[in-house]
Design a protein around this ligand. Structure first.
Ligand code: AOF
Ligand code: ZN
Length: 367
């Protein structure tokens, strides 16, 4: 039944489809689905925005006169349960799909193997791809949330050649327009973006995705603000649209109410012995909110605290080729972050030229 060459091709396609809606499917993973008949693609699908429809429905619903003898390539085990969406296994059975190829088993206890069992019990041939590593890339946040109770955490760093992350005097940016556009793609494919209060005070960022046509894929914004110093006139507060969360240790009722009246969530978090907010508490809150993919966009102190706890999956490091920052301005946390860049903990996975900038993508070494 296995057809290795075609199987890998169609599954690869399904995986690429899945990455289309990454960071935009709410609590659901972004799943890809390719339907073939006699080794020709007849339909494709991906989990919809905010998680509906599921990829299988997206692929199958469009097809008039659905043929027999079809194969469905799905990046995740199809769901056997009825949740917010109807069961995909039921649909595959109804449509008399002949064979289902799956890249990864769904760890959600409501599914976890039950989908496969039910397909088989209904005479559908099921193959599980041996190498689920690529599919994992898309589902990692979802799987981590189910298994380890915290989201996938990726970090974005922008620095001069020497690792300095603070722009030179009078300059707004360190990296060029290409790097910044790439950075906006990262914003679009993460569910949430996190910064520390110092970044808010220094840069007054908006943290949204401003790429043409992708504006509605902006992530939820999160500020780590121990002493609740976020200014009411900051862009994040002024333009918030029920999409801002502030984690703080300060119980200032007036301030909190002021924020809450604007639809901003203010969450109390305990401090650790270093006087910083307890990351564990923040992460369990994000887990409860079903945020699957978190992008940490600065500064280096926050980034370090995630890296030190081995919580980071990928580091996206944008840097200048020639333009060196002033070494004397390198602060402790920049120096620390630089060490991580070339440490044994991370592997250089990808390298992208962005004119006079480069992007290095490091991934956490997994045993
Ligand atoms: C699929 N195809 O495209 C996705 C699946 O509440 P519901 O009905 O949306 O179910 C959510 C669960 O469905 C989610 O936790 C995960 O286990 C699975 N996601 N399954 O067959 C899809 N996104
Ligand atoms: Zn489903």
């Amino acid at each position: 039944m296995k057809n290795s060459q075609n199987d890998s091709f169609f599954m690869e396609y399904a995986i690429r489809l899945a990455s289309r809606n990454l960071g935009n499917t709410g609590e659901n993973p972004s799943v890809g689905c390719v339907i073939t008949s006699e080794d020709k693609i007849i339909s494709i699908g991906v989990t919809g925005r905010n998680g509906s429809p599921h990829a299988e429905y997206d692929a199958i619903n469009d097809v008039k006169n659905f043929p027999k003898n079809t194969t469905a390539y799905i990046t995740l085990e199809p769901c056997s349960h009825v949740g917010k969406n109807p069961s995909c296994v039921k649909l595959l059975i109804e449509k008399q799909v002949k064979r289902v190829v799956i890249a990864q088993i769904d760890p959600n206890p409501a599914v976890n193997g039950k989908g496969i069992k039910l397909l088989k019990a209904n005479g559908i041939h099921v193959d599980i791809e041996d190498d689920d590593k690529i599919a994992l890339k898309n589902h990692f946040g979802f799987i981590n949330n189910v298994k380890n109770k915290y989201p996938e955490i990726n970090i974005k760093v922008a620095s001069y050649k020497n690792g300095l992350t603070i722009p030179k005097k009078g300059m707004k940016w360190i990296t060029n327009d290409l790097s910044r556009s790439y950075g906006h793609i990262l914003r679009s494919n993460h569910d949430a973006i996190m910064v520390g209060i110092n970044t808010v005070l220094a840069d007054d960022p908006s943290l949204d995705c401003r790429l043409n046509g992708l504006e509605d894929r902006s992530p939820i914004k999160i500020i780590i603000d121990t002493d609740l110093k976020t200014p009411a006139e900051s862009k994040l507060v002024k333009y918030s649209n029920n999409d801002l969360i502030i984690f703080t240790n300060l119980l200032n009722k007036n301030k909190i109410n002021e924020f809450k009246n604007k639809g901003i969530k203010v969450i109390y978090v305990n401090k650790n012995n270093k006087g910083l907010l307890e990351i564990k508490e923040i992460l369990s809150f994000l887990n409860e909110m079903n945020i699957n993919r978190l992008l940490v966009e600065g500064g280096s102190t926050i980034s370090n605290s995630f890296v030190e706890k081995n919580l980071v999956n990928l580091i996206y490091w944008f840097s200048t080729f020639r333009n060196a920052g002033e070494d004397k301005l390198l602060n402790k946390s920049d120096k620390k972050l630089n060490k991580i860049r070339y440490s044994q903990k991370f592997l250089l996975k990808d390298y992208i030229n962005l004119r006079d900038n480069k992007l290095e993508i490091f991934s956490l070494k997994k045993d």
